[in-house]
Design a protein around this ligand. Sequence first.
Ligand code: SF4
Length: 632
Amino acid sequence: MTFGYNGKILRIDLNEEKYSIEQLDEIFYRTYWGGRGFGLYYMLKEMKPGLDPFSGDNLLIFSTSVILGNQAPAMPRYTVCAKSPLTGAQGESEAGGHWGPELKKAGFDAIIVRGIAQKPCYLWIHDGQVEFRDASCLWGKETYQVEQLIKEELGEKKVKICQIGLGGENKVLFANIVNELTHFNGRNGLGAVMGSKRLKAIVVKGTTPINLYNKEMVKEITRNIAQRVMENPLSRALREYGTPATVRGFYESGSLPSFNWTTGYFKNGENLTAEIYNKTILKRRDGCYACPIRCKRVVEVKEETIKVNPVYGGPEYESVVALGSICGIDDLKYVAKANELCNKWGIDTISAGMTIAFAMQCYEAGILTRKDTDGIDLRFGNKEALLLLIEKIVKQEGFGKLLAQGSRVAARKIGRGSEKFLRVVKGQEIAMHDPRVKAGLALQFAFSDYGADHMKAPHDTFFSSKNSPGIKEMSGLGILNPLAPTDLSYRKVALFKILDIYWTIFDILGICHFGYVPRSLGTMDELLSIIRATTGWKTTWYELMKVGERTINMARIFNNREGFTADDDVVPEIFFTNFTEGPLQGKGALNRREFEEAKKLRYALMGWSSEGIPTRGKLIELNLDWLVEDLL
Ligand code: SF4
């Protein structure tokens, strides 16, 4: 008997419209545990280097974990993996909601999709049954309509649906995968991979609860955390203000990413704060499976000139900034509208906002003119232009067709010096956190295998003083000394190694970063107890940290096979310059020499060669001996 997982992986062959079920032993589950662990295992075993991300041989892998669906607090997430069309690297993205736990209850731990369907289709998976269904009449429809039509067709109101929108169908390189209209596998363009397979949606329903090793223990810890959670100021702020709570601090300190990162000083930043958000557009709060925090926002605007439909949720911090100050826009109603458009058509808000901001800067510099932009006046702050461009991108129309390929490709095609306005790492647009005030973000952006990421490790501020939650609660991992957020010394690199692995475990297992230390009050002991009580495995943090490290090495090998080198571990040039105005004027620039030293040390600490390639010894240590020949 297995505990925590089903022991079944569903294989879908879209070419043949066939499926099969694979059953693997406990050693597989205990080596890779779920999420990117499962995804990378299959990608490395079954995908040839250099394949076209839109070929049928690019595997699109939806994976849960050995603990998902156990009803413990804040553990709702599943992972989608594939080779990314945006970066050409290992692609992955995690999403919350209810879809992942429902897939587990439907009988499967993961779905591996291969091939390209003859015509648009969707998968209907319910209690171990699998059906291929025609999606021709859903193709081209908005995500809300698709939800309604599928529920009507199946006569089931409670199914959970993940799907692509028009962005994925049209292979916008930053198209996302949407579940329940408001949760996203947002980054890396995985929606475009799904679109290339003509797979419109995966619908799941299950009635079999996950078999837990010690149900009473899981219940007890859950009760305990749920009772305490609102004592935690971070969790209280998250419920009250959501992730946009972060806007005020950045705005007041002069580090709110603005005008394509040319400044951190956004004089109308007050208009984007969570307080104004709550007063003007917030309709209600929402949450994910078994989560007591409920940090999600639902917004509504009902004005004569602008309307925002609450079915598409509401913008998170990243979206507020990427569709707001990054484009020089200070009107939350337009930010909410832009967010709604991205959600109903299925594109990533960060890459969408950043690509448009890049074009705006090109326009302001005279590199682009109205002739290039289909007559659009693309100055920073033009909120109508933002909405228009999102539509053009999704529909691949005119100037939007260029931007639909992301800012890196757009810069290559535009030329004329536009490259200097790029803010990407490995081809992915960076998220809305400035490494000049949190130096660990430079390491996250540079060393993320799936392009710039801000969720690779907890941020510097959680480790900045002896009273910080990271210092008080994570000594069990050897984290004892506080470090200044702007520190980029060898100490920060060593701390980053631990934190990177720690959060990789969260990604693998589907744990939400907002539920446990250092971001909330669920402790490391409680986390370990939940994992043990779910699986029955007498695991330790040592074992879990090795699992995290294993997948980091697998990703590194995957990228290495795809031609990525140490030269791809970079941060955008803008961060080597000082802030130009506001409270931080004349300060902040990262020290280039320090960053280069950090890079060398990172490789050494990971047990990699000076070129950043995992060594034979490291792979053997991590039970990845089957990858040693990839080093040759
Ligand atoms: S904290 Fe927010 S994102 Fe995390 S599981 Fe809860 S509702 Fe979902």
